[in-house]
Design a protein around this ligand. Structure first.
Ligand code: NAD
Length: 353
C-alpha cells in the first residue's frame, strides 16, 4: 500500500507529538511493507508567522491531494490578541471545512493500566469505559453568523436537516458495529435547533437503521451522567459545541486528555486525524507532552481511511504493552511507575510494533 500523508504539526507541542507519531507510522510501514510518504505543511500560528495567515492556500491544496492528514494542534498566547478570523484556530476550522469533514469521532477510552488515573471512584470505571462521541463538526454555532457592536456580541446556532441526517448516519453506522444504541444529546427544552435535531435524528434512524435505538438526553443531564454513570454510554451523538465540551469532560474520566485520539471524516475516505487536546503552550518544548493521543490518531487513520485493521491493532497493542510495562509521561504518572518524556514514549511504542 502506498499512501501520501500530509502532516500539519502546528504550534506548541504540535511538532513534538507529530514527530513521535510519524516515527510510529514509519515503523508500521516498514513492518507491513507499505510505503508512506510525509509532507509537512504550515497551519495555525506557525503559518501566521511565516505567511501572514493561519491556513495558506497551498496547505489546503496539498491536503486535498493527500490520502489523509495528521494534525498536531494550533494556537497559543502569542496569537491570542488577533481578531477571530485571523487567529490560529481559524486555520483548524478552515481545513475541516475545506476537506468537507462534517463528523468528528472521539473515543474516550479508559485503558486497563490507567484505571487508577481516573478521577472517578473505582466501582464506576472498573468494568471499563469507552464512550464514542460523534460530534457534528462543520455546522452549528461555531460556523453561524456572528458579530459585535459597542456593547453587544452574538453568535448564531443553525442546523439543516441534511447536516443532521449525515451525522446521524455516521453515529448509526458505528452503533451497528457495537451495541446498536445511540444516545443523542441536545437542548430540546430550549433550542429550536435541538428540536429539529431530535425530530430529524429519529426519523432518519427509523427509516435507515431500524436495528439501532436512539435515546435522547438533555446536555445538562448528559454532563452529569458522564461522571455519575459513564458505563451507560456507548455511541453519543451531538452537535458541534456540545460535542466540543462533552468530549473534554469524557476525556478527563479516562485519566488524561493526552490519551485521546480523534478522526474527522466526510463522505470519502480521506480524513483528518488529531489528538483532542490543544497545543499545551505551558509544556511546549520541554519534551514532557504525552504523544499517545496523536499516535492513537494514526491508528484510527490506518483503520478508518486505509482499511487496515491489523496495523491499527498493532499500534493499539503497542500502546497497551508500554502502559502495562509501567512507562508513563508526566500527565499519567503515578508513584512506582517509570517516567519518560515525549520522545522516549514514542520510541517505546515504535519498538513494540
Ligand atoms: P490544551 O488542551 O492545550 O491544554 C489543557 C491542559 O492539558 C494543559 O495543562 C496542558 O499542559 C495539558 N495537555 C494537553 N495536551 C497534553 C499532552 N499531550 N500531554 C500532556 N499534557 C497535555 O488546552 P488549552 O490550554 O485550553 O489551550 C491551549 C491552546 O490550544 C489555545 O491556544 C487553544 O485555542 C488551543 N487549542 C487547540 C486545539 C486544536 O488544535 N485542536 C484544541 C483545543 C485548544
Amino acid at each position: 500500500m502506498k499512501k501520501h500523508i500530509a502532516v500539519l504539526a502546528g504550534d506548541g507541542i504540535g511538532p513534538e507529538i507529530t514527530a513521535g507519531a510519524v516515527a510510529v507510522l514509519q515503523k508500521v510501514a516498514q513492518k507491513y511493507r507499505h510505503k508512506f510518504t510525509f509532507e509537512h505543511l504550515p497551519i495555525g500560528g506557525a503559518a501566521i508567522d511565516a505567511f501572514g495567515e493561519p491556513l495558506p492556500a497551498r496547505t489546503i491544496e496539498r491536503c486535498l491531494a493527500s490520502d489523509s492528514v495528521l494534525l498536531g494542534a494550533v494556537g497559543g498566547p502569542k496569537w491570542d490578541g488577533l481578531a477571530g478570523n485571523k487567529r490560529p484556530e481559524a486555520g483548524l476550522l478552515g481545513i475541516r471545512k475545506a476537506m468537507g469533514l462534517y463528523s468528528n469521532i472521539r473515543p474516550a477510552k479508559l485503558w486497563r493500566a490507567l484505571a487508577d488515573a481516573s478521577p472517578l471512584k473505582k466501582p464506576l470505571v472498573e468494568n471499563g469505559v469507552e464512550i464514542i462521541i460523534v460530534r457534528e463538526l462543520t455546522g452549528g454555532i461555531y460556523f453561524g453568523e456572528r458579530g459585535n457592536s459597542q456593547d453587544e456580541a452574538w453568535d448564531t446556532e443553525k442546523y439543516s436537516v441534511h447536516e443532521i441526517e449525515r451525522i446521524t448516519r455516521i453515529a448509526c453506522e458505528l452503533a451497528r458495529k457495537r451495541t446498536k444504541q445511540v444516545i443523542s444529546v441536545d437542548k430540546a427544552n430550549v433550542l429550536e435547533t435541538s428540536r429539529l435535531w431530535r425530530k430529524t435524528a429519529h426519523a432518519y434512524a427509523e427509516k435507515h437503521f431500524p436495528d439501532v435505538t436512539i435515546t435522547d438526553m438533555l446536555v445538562d443531564n448528559a454532563a452529569m451522567q458522564i461522571v455519575k454513570n459513564p458505563a451507560q454510554f456507548d455511541v453519543l451523538l451531538t452537535s458541534n459545541m456540545f460535542g466540543d465540551i462533552l468530549a473534554d469532560e469524557a476525556a478527563q474520566i479516562t485519566g488524561s486528555i493526552g490519551m485521546l485520539a480523534s478522526s474527522s471524516l466526510g463522505d470519502g475516505t480521506r480524513g483528518l486525524y488529531e489528538p483532542i487536546h490543544g497545543s499545551a503552550p505551558d509544556i511546549a518544548g520541554k519534551d514532557i507532552a504525552n504523544p499517545i493521543a496523536t499516535v492513537l490518531s494514526c491508528a484510527m487513520m490506518l483503520r478508518d481511511s486505509f482499511c487496515r485493521s491489523e496495523e491499527c491493532a498493532a499500534i493499539e497493542n503497542a500502546v497497551a504493552r508500554v502502559l502495562d510495562e509501567g512507562f508513563r509521561t508526566a500527565d499519567i504518572f503515578s508513584k512506582g511507575m517509570k517516567k519518560v518524556g515525549c520522545r522516549d514514549m514514542a520510541a517505546l511504542i515504535t519498538e513494540h510494533i
